[in-house]
Design a protein around this ligand. Structure first.
Ligand SMILES: [Zn+2]
Length: 175
């Protein structure tokens, strides 16, 4: 990630796992895993997806969500991202579902994230209730759980989460 030490500009630097260290001045920097959230929202016409407008995963399907801010809890972050990206507050409806690791390459840097997936049941929710943030996405779609093609979903974690969600749904239906 760094070519020079950010503190003394030495090139005598080393990477050990997530730890960057400078042999000259001792500067140390940890590239820790970042927490991120994603919300699988079930509305009237299916699961809500955003069509991603930016890389990584441009034109693929994604869920409302994003990086958790410093000082913020995961549920709070998930709610904020929903309000920002689709203009809808899931309120108290968010339920933790599962967590998957993810890799998020952005402008030459690879970020490792721990993605926390939440579900929200909103049986009355339709497209007319939503306001899209067009800087993030170029569309919103509801897709029926049986019509979802996992290859259309951005990121390995997104595919895993959808597979997990669909499996749980089937198990519940069979019970
Ligand atoms: Zn240094």
């Amino acid at each position: 990630m760094f070519t020079y030490c950010p503190q003394c500009a030495s090139t005598k630097i080393a990477y050990t796992g997530q730890r960057f260290s400078c042999d000259t001045c001792g500067f140390t920097f940890f590239q820790n895993v970042a927490a991120a959230t994603a919300c699988i929202i079930s509305g009237k016409e299916g699961i809500l997806f955003e069509v991603r407008g930016k890389e990584p995963g441009k034109d693929k399907l994604g869920f409302p969500g994003g990086f958790v801010n410093p000082g913020e809890g995961a549920v709070e972050g998930a709610r904020r991202e929903c309000i920002e990206e689709i203009g809808w507050d899931p309120g108290e409806n968010l339920r933790f579902m599962a967590s998957f690791p993810n890799i998020y390459p952005y402008k030459g840097i690879v970020y490792h994230t721990c993605d926390l997936y939440f579900t929200a049941s909103a049986p009355e929710l339709t497209l007319s209730d939503l306001t899209l943030d067009t800087k993030e996405s170029r569309g919103i779609r509801f897709i029926g759980p049986d019509e979802i093609n996992l290859d259309d979903i951005a990121f390995e974690a997104g595919k895993k989460a959808m597979r997990y969600f669909i499996m749980n749904r089937r198990l519940k239906a069979e019970a």
